[in-house]
Ligand binder design. Structure first.
Ligand code: FAD
Length: 325
């Protein structure tokens, strides 16, 4: 039986939210097509993730070895290419995350196949998959389909919901890790980890994003406080990241991350097209800007024309009152 293969991305053995989203969507599509749902995971110390995957996918292909941690695209491509050529899935689903965007276009090149990046929805029409995705920096949405299997599709995190699924007892297949080290060009020197426990902006339900209007890095404490009250994460515009006020991992936009939280606060940022490309699929957008003509208001569901230094403290105070703390 053919299958839909989900790339189970994880961080140090903990599955990322997008992996659960893809397993749910993958199961729905597999049922429609009468195919199996498969998952592949690569890394080291991934026992718990493998166990979780085997309760969702019919087959779990596991590449586990110390050489596979940290992530290395040269090694991962070799393993995935071999697996896909052997198992011939009809569709390969992965997250349009930084890792997904690094890995899968190159893998598609190695396999000589097409790839759809930043997919927002998938429909089966007359037995053929149709993928909806943004074009021209998000100005239009278009539909594309691919001519050849396996179709490789990178899905925007949070495009699909996590829904309760009946548990299965999937078969775990431990694969041999054979890598041609002569073809490994990228070597990892050092991994820098953020201090403390930081919520990834692509996984957060609420993102509180600040721009140059904050005026100084210290003033981001205000946004950190608002994010904390809301259980969210702080994001930043490129102007702010380039100025060294916030880390690159928080950058939202074309050259940063794409986020789709349930609630997005755009505070003291203008709404330049390069920024909007990374946040316009947020479910509810609230903009705070003192300039009524700021482009961000065109995208906002709620707009507050005011000085952020007056409004944000009030907002924090009211939210804290509402929560009784
Ligand atoms: P500004 O445009 O300077 O806006 C600041 C806003 O703050 C203004 O609207 C102002 O009215 C408001 N403000 C000021 N004071 C207050 C106050 N007291 N209260 C309320 N409001 C106030 N940008 C990104 O963000 N992400 C990207 O990934 C990205 N990629 C890019 C890629 C390329 C190839 C290029 C060319 C550009 C990219 N940019 C990106 C840059 C982008 O074009 C903008 O320059 C940037 O987003 C502007 O950042 P900003 O909104 O913080 O600053």
């Amino acid at each position: 039986m053919a299958g839909i293969l989900v790339y189970a991305e994880h961080k140090e053995g903990k599955l990322k939210r997008v992996s659960y989203e893809l397993l749910c969507k993958g199961r729905e599509i597999a049922s429609q097509k009468g195919e199996g749902l498969w998952a592949v995971i690569i890394g080291n110390g991934i026992g718990d993730a493998v166990e979780e995957l085997s309760s969702s996918a019919d087959k779990v292909f596991v590449f586990e070895d110390p050489s596979l941690e940290p992530y290395n695209s040269d090694r991962y491509i070799q393993l995935l290419a071999g697996l896909i050529e052997r198992e011939k899935p009809s569709l390969v689903l992965a997250g349009a995350t930084i890792q997904g965007r690094d890995l899968f276009p190159s893998l598609a090149g190695v396999l000589g196949k097409g790839v759809v990046v930043d997919c927002l929805s998938i429909e089966l029409q007359d037995g053929k998959f149709v993928y909806r995705k943004p074009f021209y920096g998000g100005k239009v949405l278009g539909e594309v389909s691919l001519k050849e299997e396996p179709e490789i599709v990178l899905v925007r995190p949070r495009a699909f919901q996590i829904v309760d699924q009946p548990k299965v007892q999937g078969t775990v297949i431990r694969e041999k890790v054979e890598i041609d080290e002569d073809r490994v060009k990228v070597k990892t020197l050092k991994i820098e980890k953020p201090e403390g426990k930081v919520l990834d902006i692509t996984e957060a339900d609420v993102v509180v994003c600040g721009g140059r209007g904050l005026k100084s890095p210290d003033n981001f404490k205000l946004l950190e406080e608002l994010a904390e009250v809301l259980g969210g994460a702080v994001g930043a515009t490129r102007a702010v990241v380039d100025a060294g006020w916030r880390p690159q991992s928080e950058q939202v936009g074309k050259s940063g991350k794409t986020v789709s939280p349930n609630l997005y606060f755009a505070i003291g940022l203008s709404g330049a097209v390069h920024h909007v490309m990374g946040m316009d699929s947020s479910k509810v957008i609230v903009a705070i800007n003192r300039d009524p003509m700021a482009p961000i208001f065109q995208y906002a569901d709620y707009g507050i024309v005011a000085d952020l230094f007056e409004i944000v403290p009030l907002l924090i105070e009211e939210l804290k009152k509402g929560r009784g703390s």
